[in-house]
Design a protein around this ligand. Structure first.
Ligand code: DGY
Length: 323
């Protein structure tokens, strides 16, 4: 009998068709976030549960006597939505989809950086709003990107990909800060210079881009005190996780022009976006689009398929996080 596999959201059609051909696949066509009860029911009925970053799978859910699921194959690289210790304790394998979303997330980081520095959101709103009066020398002047200094917080795969784009594409000088020293080959690939403290990076950068995971250590890493350490002409870009930034403190810093601007793709408590940010012009706000290309979302789904295939064949899933 085919194994039962539950997807919590709609996935790219090609991936759904592939999984359908192999498993007894359950997909909820309403494509809305699963409720807690629905997640509990899926864990009780499916051999494999395939959640996304919007499904919180905590110790209570995993502790239920009803759980039948043997593998949680998550669609996405971030895994803070799954209690890995509880999964390990329950003997449930957990996998994610690293690597395949690196380039597209790095591309979107540069889009935000350019977008906020060159006031692309504001300009578009002006044209669509019919208030553009024509070219003039002082119209909507932004900040030159080429040759500036970019500080990367977290030199993992995406941090390296951003560093390369910034350096090779825009002649930027790239600094990084990482809590543990990255391997020399990663630093060489990035062509980035280390800062021994986050404060040093914040003080020396024209643009700061966040690429660290959501952990207890990175919760509100960028708070009022840290924002005050950035120069007033600097910009903050976040394509990592919303919890890394204290959004109230950021809204205040932006409103009072203590930093010049921000480009955000992620928020605490998504899909809610703090009202304090929505009312500002010096921030670009995107709806968590880092990996949102047809190519990458399909590759993420196929990566889940590889993890499932390996697991059900009794071999090592390539992206195993626990068990
Ligand atoms: C992830 O994979 O963690 C992203 O945030 C969704 O692309």
């Amino acid at each position: 009998m085919a194994q039962t596999v539950t997807l919590t959201r709609r996935w790219p059609a090609q991936v759904e068709a592939h999984l359908q051909s192999l498993y007894d696949l359950s997909v909820d066509t309403t494509d809305r976030p699963r409720t807690r009860d629905e997640l509990a029911a899926a864990l009780a009925s499916a051999d494999a549960l395939c959640p996304t970053v919007t499904d919180r799978i905590d110790a209570d859910l995993l502790g239920s006597a009803e759980v039948r699921t043997r593998i949680i194959a998550s669609f996405g690289v971030g895994h803070e939505h799954i209690d890995l210790d509880a999964a390990r304790a329950r003997g449930i394998v957990v996998t994610n989809t690293p690597g395949v979303l690196t380039d597209c997330t790095a591309d979107l980081t540069l889009a935000l950086l350019l977008g906020i520095a060159r006031r692309i959101g504001e300009g578009e709103r002006e044209v669509r709003g019919g208030s553009w009066t024509g070219w003039r020398p002082t119209h909507m002047m932004g900040t030159r990107v080429t040759g500036k200094t970019l500080g990367i917080v977290g030199l993992g795969r995406i941090g390296v990909a951003v560093a390369r784009r910034a350096r090779l594409g825009f002649g930027m000088r790239v600094l990084f800060h990482n809590p543990t020293p990255p391997p020399p080959e990663r630093i060489a690939a990035a062509g980035a210079e280390p800062c021994s403290t986050l404060v040093e990076l914040l003080q020396r950068s024209d643009f700061v881009s966040l690429h660290c995971p959501a952990t207890a250590d990175t919760h509100h890493l960028i708070n009022a005190e840290r924002l005050a350490q950035m120069p007033a002409h600097a910009y903050l870009i976040n394509t990592a996780r919303g919890t890394v930034v204290d959004s109230e403190a950021l809204a205040t810093a932006l409103r009072e022009r203590r930093i010049r601007g921000a480009g955000l793709d992620v928020y605490e408590g998504e899909p809610d976006v703090p009202a304090g940010l929505l009312e500002l012009d010096n921030v670009i706000l995107l709806p968590h689009l880092g990996s949102a290309t047809e190519e990458t979302r399909t590759a993420m789904g196929m990566r889940v398929a590889e993890n499932l295939a390996a697991f059900f064949a009794g071999s090592e899933p390539p992206d195993r996080l626990v068990c």
